[in-house]
Design a protein around this ligand. Structure first.
Ligand SMILES: Cc1ncc(COP(=O)(O)O)c(C=O)c1O
Length: 483
């Protein structure tokens, strides 16, 4: 074992020797330094060399209140540590989880009143799909044997008819990111992330997302909505509606670059889910707790989901906590007799994490942060739209504090870059140039190449100007290089 690292040099060496970073090409750090972030304030971060960065990604779309509330939140955590550092939500409850469940239920739209805590976004997604599967079992009704395992004896048949969930499949959308645990990964529409781990949890199909930028220019919004809903319904019919328990979608899809829904889309999805008796889950791991200028994106788009998955903004990432929020209808079969949702996580509803999330919500309310996003979003968008003057910026899309710029080779034809050009543009130039210029945002080519911008929700005029200024300079240089 090495002794604790103290100097920046020690930290570098220990990082290289021992820290396995997530989604990171570790080989790159054989010759390069690991970027080490040591402190934060407001919308800014500082690295171990004293260089400052404007964090236009809010950590991972998640530090909604920014980095300056450590004292206040730390005090809440300390008090909870003294009172009760841990107890479980398995059979028992404790005050902070109860209070947080009440608070979340009061903010969630409609009768989304039942809150099941987990430790993060992937766990929330995992728990939502499991809940949807078990919901149909708990509700009763006809069950079938799986086609793949014909029972050989009367006993097998009895067991199969008792435990085999008839409704177990799920539908998500192409390129959408829903996390990395095996179930959540199966819902992922990012092929590259799924491939190394197949076979995944059966059985998911991916339908079209709401990317309108590459649709025919003459297509109306109404026609686009119809086209998407037809695609969803065809998938449901092809899979057999009687076998599907879940449709899982973000209000605004992050991967691919802030795809907002066209008018009427979620009303149509809701109607289709009702028609085929399928639960609708809004994956609000990013969009909940203010990012779209509302407490929940479901409210913004009147989605009326049966389930919401949330995490990041619930604590502004000051704690590892997530939640599945369910309607009274989903809860109902679990209230009868001996019925129970057969799922649990040791740290679900952890008292210290819950105390932190409660304090975070108090701060979001007190500082009027959700209102600030709603009041500022048009100004933010207008600033970003000035970047459309650059030949490389084809589209600015998103809402609230959740935007993406799509980068194109040819603005007239909307032609995108080849894989090799994307590699050169994003990893060969943009990521490093933005970082060198002191701006943290994400360049992403899980779909077409985009720059994602999602700052802390406390960002004001000065920070928004700085973001757009740096993006303008770096993207102008990128335009020249890619000519
Ligand atoms: C929409 C969505 N769902 C789920 C997840 C997974 O969350 P986590 O990384 O906390 O497991 C993410 C993470 O970015 C996400 O954006």
């Amino acid at each position: 074992m090495t002794s604790p690292a103290v100097t920046p040099l020690d930290l570098q060496q220990t990082a290289k020797n021992h820290l396995w970073m997530h989604f990171t090409r570790m080989g790159g750090y054989a010759t390069e330094d690991v970027p080490i972030i040591v402190r934060g304030d407001g919308c800014y971060l500082e690295d171990s060399n004293g260089k400052r960065y404007l964090d236009a990604l809010a950590g991972l779309f998640s530090v909604n209140i920014g980095y300056s509330f450590g004292d206040e939140i730390g005090q809440a955590a300390l008090e909870q540590m003294r009172e009760l550092p841990f107890y479980t939500n398995w059979t028992y409850a404790h005050p902070r989880a109860i209070e947080l469940a009440g608070e979340v239920a009061s903010l969630a739209p409609g009768d989304l009143n039942r809150v099941f805590f987990v430790s993060g976004g992937s766990e929330a997604v995992e728990a939502a799909w499991k809940l949807a599967r078990q919901y149909y079992l708990a509700r009763g009704g006809k069950r079938i044997r799986p086609a793949t395992s014909e029972p050989e004896t009367r006993h097998d048949e009895l067991v199969a008819t008792q435990i085999q969930p008839r409704k177990y499949k799920a539908i998500a959308r192409h390129i959408a990111y829903h996390g990395t645990t095996m179930g959540a990964l199966a819902l992922n529409g990012c092929t590259g992330l799924r491939l190394p781990f197949e076979p995944l949890v059966p059985e998911v199909r991916h339908v079209r997302n709401t990317n309108r930028y590459h649709r025919p220019p003459e297509e109306t919004e109404e026609e686009f909505t119809r086209f998407l809903l037809d695609d969803l319904e065809h998938a449901i019919l092809a899979m057999d509606p009687e076998t599907i328990c879940l449709v899982h979608m973000e209000p605004v899809q992050n991967a691919g670059g802030s795809f907002t829904p066209p008018a009427g889309y979620f009303q149509g999805v809701r109607e289709i889910c009702d028609r085929y008796d399928i639960l609708l889950c809004a994956d609000e791991v990013i969009t909940a707790f203010g990012r779209l200028g509302y407490w929940f994106g479901s409210e913004r788009y009147d989605i009326r989901p049966d389930l919401i998955t949330s995490a990041k903004g619930l604590s502004s990432s000051y704690a590892a906590i997530g939640a599945v929020i369910a309607t009274e209808r989903v809860m109902e079969p679990f209230l009868a007799g001996t019925s129970m949702y057969a799922h649990g996580i040791t740290f679900g509803g952890h008292p210290v994490m819950s105390a932190i999330a409660l304090k975070n919500i108090e701060i979001l309310k007190r500082e009027r942060i959700v209102e600030h996003v709603r009041e500022t979003q048009d100004v933010f968008r207008a600033k970003l739209e000035t970047l459309l003057d650059l030949p490389i910026v084809g589209d600015v899309r998103g809402t609230g504090f959740f935007y993406a710029l799509e980068l194109v080779k040819d603005k007239e034809t909307r032609e995108t870059f080849s894989d090799e050009e994307c590699e050169r543009l994003l990893r060969g130039f943009l990521s490093e140039a933005l970082y060198d210029a002191g701006l943290i945002c994400r360049t992403d080519d899980r779909g077409d190449p985009v720059v994602q911008i999602s700052p802390p929700l406390v960002a004001g005029d000065a920070e928004l100007d700085e973001i757009v200024g740096i993006l303008g300079d770096v993207l102008a240089e990128a335009s020249k290089r890619m000519r």
